[in-house]
Design a protein around this ligand. Structure first.
Ligand code: BT5
Length: 231
């Protein structure tokens, strides 16, 4: 497999980088946009960033068909956390299933979508937005770490870390990247409600599911869903 990040397609503007990768391209192909007019989140939500402020990219992956696609959002989260920590020097948490958190604010989101037997892995990182340019609850590296950052250098770090973490995951599953995930678990110990299940998060398990203690030591495992948590 070639290094992730090659070939690279750069565009000034597009609807969403998620739709620009033809699955006939080689694994590792990446598209990078300066601006998206219809950036996508999960569950029909949008992802918004003014031109020239954020990292907006999608990577084409071709894991074996039996692999669990949503785990790739977590693998990407680990890589983004590694890269931000290396660059900025602040510790980063991961909020299941796909949010990257810095100082309790969402600074990045990952989106793994299966398409034609491949996976398009989208990553959006808020880098140089000002507070006024961010939605409620969000932060950027600029608002949280006090200065502007070089987007190109951070993107290189993300692709390098993603390359290493993805190869590890291909070889050994989520277990092989778990040391980058478990200790960064933002929800652990928090009171949450997910799909009607309420309780205290015990952990992200080694399959990438959220394990919740619902009382008297009874554990419920959630595969996907929207988490509400108490601050
Ligand atoms: C995600 O969705 O967190 C996945 C976001 C993936 C975005 C990338 S950008 C490159 C690639 N191309 C795309 O079209 N998408 C991917 P979700 O968990 O649904 O979070 C969406 C929610 O985050 C929104 O409803 C807002 O509340 C919030 N949000 C929107 N824009 C944001 C931003 N720039 N930063 C932080 N939160 C944002």
């Amino acid at each position: 497999m070639p290094r992730l990040g090659e070939p690279r397609i750069d565009v000034d503007s597009c609807e969403s980088t998620q739709t620009l990768l033809d699955t006939s391209l080689p694994e590792g192909a990446v598209v990078v946009a300066d601006y998206q007019t219809a950036g996508r989140g999960r569950l029909g939500r949008t992802w918004e960033a003014p031109p020239g402020t954020a990292i907006l990219c999608s990577v084409l992956l071709k894991p074996p068909p039996e692999r669990v696609v949503p785990q790739l959002s977590l693998v990407a989260g680990v890589a983004v956390a590694d890269a931000i920590e290396r660059t900025v020097g602040l510790s980063v948490q991961l909020k299941w299933p796909n949010d990257v958190m810095l100082r309790r604010r969402k600074v990045a989101g990952c989106l793994a979508e299966a398409r034609d037997g491949a996976v398009v892995l989208g990553i959006g990182i808020n880098v140089n937005q000002t507070r006024e340019q961010l939605p409620d609850g969000a932060g950027s590296l600029r608002t949280l770490a006090g200065r502007e950052w070089d987007r190109e250098a951070l993107l290189s770090a993300v692709l390098e870390d993603l390359d290493a973490r993805y190869r590890a995951w291909l070889g050994g599953g989520l277990d092989a990247v778990y040391e980058g995930l478990g200790p960064r678990d933002f929800l652990r110990g928090r009171q949450v409600s997910v799909n009607g299940t309420r309780g205290v998060v015990s952990k992200i398990d080694r399959e990438g599911r959220l394990e919740i203690e619902v009382g008297h030591g009874e554990l419920v495992t959630v595969e996907s869903g929207e988490v509400r948590y108490e601050r």
